[in-house]
Design a protein around this ligand. Structure first.
Ligand code: C2E
Ligand code: MG
Ligand code: MG
Length: 445
């Protein structure tokens, strides 16, 4: 592209910061650009065309700014513009709008009309920057906001973004230390056979006992752990802890020898080729039979990892563990993958169970999933059962297993021990009481 590189850009930014310090009336803005879907263009049309596209974009960018502004390329499809001596942030916004319009027009490259767009993050000199890296960091944060707002737009860095970015960074730092400091624990939620109310399985759910924030939900930190790759050591800890706990329960006779321990796997863990060895080794060390171990994998994680997932699932199946597709019905997957993979169970996402009643489309969806599963010789677990009506309906539809607050919330190991002690769910399963309160259901099915 012939554009300045990162080193040269940092130099320019440093000078702009110095000039601002000498002269408060001098204003500048930094625009961080990332081309939308560039990877797709590169992969589908080839790197040569990708390179040419980057050159054409560079030319267009230079035309959108004034001669003394800097257009630099950080690498890949990332560009940074330094606009000096502007009057206010609105000057920067005008230029951003001009760029968006210009990039959205098709590029003619080797007889291909290529359509693309860009996401732009803007930061302004008035924030009292001391280091060029801070400018890039904030403009980059704003660019990410533009991406997540649907791409092909600009966003200006603001205080709220700063607070969010700082919070994220803090969580990330805390998360790095959490393993060493032993701040994780597992809670267990029973999965019940809907034919007789017996606990056949428990799902291990990760909790973070944060020294300041208290118990943090996995919804808050698992995505961050995935982004940073920390999910791999954390996930390994989960597998080990779940095995140890199951062995303990088996040894003190509090669980049936057939009870299954179920653990969630994240897409990042699946991408690791040594996962099945780790699981095999951990089961062996704890003398836990693979027949007592289940892995839950979301259908989107399977789809994202394609062939790798297929190999891994086959290796895990050879090992003898159970495999369940988690959050089934939400992954936009093609149903064709189902029979390709050695999956034992489908776990219907709780959104379907949630607003299920005898009149709703959701009961039809569940009925259809059950039919599909039967013909593929798979079992079905319904998650998120909260009401007697939902339970009665699922029983009437002959769903195999159920999980949800109606039986128990996820609880710590001690509380889980108490659940095993007595036949806790007999009251809920009492046929009369179940159907008396849900008469409607009885007649409609
Ligand atoms: P999931 O695997 O689909 O787990 C089920 C979630 O539904 C759990 O939330 C559980 O508490 C909740 N739930 C169960 N029954 C009901 C109900 O009747 N009503 C409602 N409203 N919710 C119910 P939790 O524990 O917050 O976990 C959320 C997600 O975090 C899990 O979804 C899973 O995707 C992820 N997660 C949890 N532990 C791990 C882990 O060890 N590793 C990985 N990779 N992900 C984990
Ligand atoms: Mg799960
Ligand atoms: Mg689920």
């Amino acid at each position: 592209t012939g554009l300045p590189n990162r080193a040269l850009l940092l130099n320019q930014l440093r000078q702009a910061i110095a000039r601002k310090r000498r002269n408060p009336d001098f204003h500048f803005a930094v625009l961080f650009l990332d081309i939308d879907r560039f990877k797709i263009i590169n992969d589908s049309l080839g790197h040569l065309i990708g390179d040419k596209l980057l050159c054409c974009i560079s030319e267009k960018l230079k035309k959108c700014v004034r001669d003394f502004d800097t257009v630099a390329r950080l690498g890949g499809d990332e560009f940074v513009l330094l606009l000096e001596d502007i009057r206010s942030i609105s000057d920067a916004v005008h230029i951003a709008e001009r760029i968006l319009e210009s990039i959205s027009k098709p590029f003619l490259i080797e007889e291909n009309d290529i359509y693309t767009s860009t996401s732009i993050g803007i930061t302004f000199s008035e924030k009292g920057y001391n280091l060029p890296e801070e400018l890039l960091r904030d403009a980059d944060t704003a660019m990410y906001r533009a991406k997540s707002s649907g791409k092909d737009c600009y966003r200006i860095f603001d205080h709220e973004m700063y607070v969010n970015a700082a919070k994220l960074l803090k969580t990330e730092t805390d998360l790095r230390r959490a393993l060493e400091r032993d701040e994780f624990e597992l809670h267990y939620q029973p999965i019940i056979s809907l034919s007789d109310g017996k606990i056949i399985e428990v799902e291990a759910l990760l909790r973070w006992n944060h020294p300041e924030k208290g118990m943090v939900s996995p919804m808050e930190f698992v995505p961050i752990a995935e982004d940073t790759g920390l999910i791999v050591p954390i996930g390994n800890w989960v597998i080990k802890e779940a095995c140890c706990q199951l062995k303990l329960w088996q040894q003190n006779g509090s669980v049936d020898q057939n009870l299954i321990m179920s653990v969630n796997l994240s897409p990042k863990q699946i991408a690791r080729t040594d996962l099945h060895e780790f699981i095999e080794q951990t089961l062996r060390q704890n003398e836990v039979s693979p027949k007592n171990f289940n892995l839950e994998i979301t259908e989107s994680a399977i789809m994202e990892n394609g062939e790798i997932a297929e190999n891994l699932l086959n290796q895990l199946k050879d090992l003898g563990v159970w495999l369940t597709t988690d959050d089934f019905g939400t992954g936009y997957s093609s149903l064709s993958y189902l029979h390709r993979f050695p999956i034992d169970r489908l776990k219907i996402d709780r959104s379907f169970v949630n607003d299920m009643n005898s009149h709703s489309k959701n009961s039809e969806i569940i009925r259809t999933i059950l039919t599909l599963a039967r013909s593929l010789r798979m079992e079905v677990v319904a998650e998120g059962i909260e009401t007697k009506e939902q339970l009665a309906l699922l029983k009437a539809l002959d769903c195999d297993f159920g999980q949800g607050y109606i039986f128990s919330k996820p609880v710590n190991a001690i509380e889980a021990g108490k659940l095993f002690d007595k036949n806790f769910f007999a009251d809920i399963f009492d046929h009369n009481s179940l159907f008396k309160e849900t008469l409607d259901t009885k007649f409609l099915i």
